[in-house]
Write a protein of this length. Sequence first.
Length: 109
Amino acid sequence: MKKFNLLALALAIGTMSLFATTNEVPDIPAKVIANQITSLFTTPNFAVEEDISVNVLFTFDSEGKIVILKVDSKDKDVLNYVNECMNHRTIDIPGEMNRVFTLPLKIVR
């Protein structure tokens, strides 16, 4: 019986220590993050002849900075514009680290 009590105590301590070390990040809706990121964009410094739609895949690093993973465009002006406005910037409420977000971006004339 003593061994059973000792095993139950060890199991309880192990379980409690597991939950104590879990670092839970609150789930922030992607819409809130998208609204914050779109406020980073300014008027493009290149001529936009027609509306451009691109998808931007990004994540956050350990410091809460935006890391661009992929931009669905081959136009160098668009790539530079997105990198200048988004890459390595911080927002008020960053998302969780290493979660990949997709931002549909539309550049209008």
